[in-house]
Design a protein around this ligand. Structure first.
Ligand code: ADP
Ligand code: MG
Length: 307
């Protein structure tokens, strides 16, 4: 099947309003009155962000969800995305069918539609770049630079599960039940960004970031952008039972630096309750201080780095 056959068969059925059935040069997006349009892009590559043996539907969902995570962390509602594929010769019709099925499922789950993309061949590893678009009420994007001394730091969901799943795929020794093992590996394969939390985030957060490289590394970006110091209280981190079963006493530090979480860390006034956990506080100063049992400890490798 050639490029146009692939597009017509697998991707045109996913096309949203304004995409002209993926049969024109551009899509047309009407502005949404009273809203700002937020744009973000993230690519995933075989061997770096997923494994060649992962199900195609899971690869598709990860590629989309890492982008939805960025939008959610800014308080935006996702709307559209563009899909850039570099396909190696090993890709089959069955693979593409499963891949498009994963996208279709997530389109229904998150209310997003495909607007276009590009499809090319590569002799290198499979790579998928998605650009996502979302809307926030005008002026309400939650930025990285709004943290203030006196805020508390909160995080949605649990931290480190995806890193645990990756460790299992990398054959780290463990004695987990099948159920616990699957819970962690699924979090690596299919992130669970808190997309529905965006409106509440907008209402309460002073600053926010999507945790993709590691909690400590990413909160470092908030500290730098906001010109404040972020103090993380290690014991407060939300950790799942399967992860604690995997990593034991090392769980806190490994979870705080593992990456691939696709949860939201944010600062907001103290004393808030909701689908999130308080993990520290903001003071005057700079950088991130990581405390265990009240003592600041050195974190030599705060997160994942590509280079
Ligand atoms: P161009 O010649 O400008 O590169 P293409 O022939 O690549 O255009 O694409 C034709 C149409 O198909 C365009 O609407 C484009 O957005 C869409 N398209 C191509 N690849 C993809 C893809 N992987 N996913 C979604 N739409 C795609
Ligand atoms: Mg093209």
């Amino acid at each position: 099947m050639d490029e146009f056959g692939i597009i017509a068969r697998y991707f045109a059925p996913l096309a949203g309003e304004g995409a002209f059935g993926l049969a024109d040069d551009t899509a047309l997006v009407p502005p949404r009155p009273g809203h700002d349009l937020l744009v973000t892009t993230d690519a995933v590559a075989e061997g770096t962000d997923f494994f060649a043996f992962d199900p195609a539907s899971a690869i598709a969902r990860k590629a989309l969800r890492v982008n939805l995570s960025d939008l959610a962390a800014k308080g935006a509602e996702p709307a559209y995305y563009l899909l850039n594929l570099a396909l190696p010769p090993s890709v089959t019709a069955a693979w593409l069918e499963d891949f498009a099925g994963g996208l279709a499922a997530d389109q229904r789950e998150f209310g997003v539609a495909l607007l276009g993309g590009d499809t090319s061949r590569t002799e290198g590893p499979l790579s998928i770049a998605i650009t996502a678009f979302g809307f926030v009420p005008e002026g309400r994007m939650v930025r990285r630079d709004g943290a203030r001394a006196g805020d508390d730091i909160y995080v949605t969901g649990s931290i480190g599960d995806s890193g645990g799943g990756l460790a299992i795929f990398r054959r780290e020794k463990h004695s987990l039940s099948e159920q616990d093992r699957d819970a962690l590996t699924l979090r690596y394969r299919v992130p669970q960004p808190p997309v529905g939390f965006a409106p509440r985030l907008r209402a309460i957060a002073h600053a926010a970031i999507d945790i993709s490289d590691g909690l400590v590394a990413d909160l470092g970006h908030v500290a730098a952008a906001s010109g404040v110091k972020l103090v993380i209280e290690g014991e407060a981190l939300p950790l799942s039972a399967p992860l604690k079963a995997l990593w034991g006493e090392k769980t806190i530090l490994r979870a705080a630096t593992a990456g691939d979480d696709y949860q939201i860390a944010f600062t907001a006034p103290p004393g808030l309750a909701g689908p999130f956990t308080r993990i520290g506080h903001v003071t005057a100063g700079e950088g991130v201080e990581f405390r265990l049992d009240g003592a600041a400890i050195d974190v030599p490798r705060p997160g994942y780095r590509h280079f």
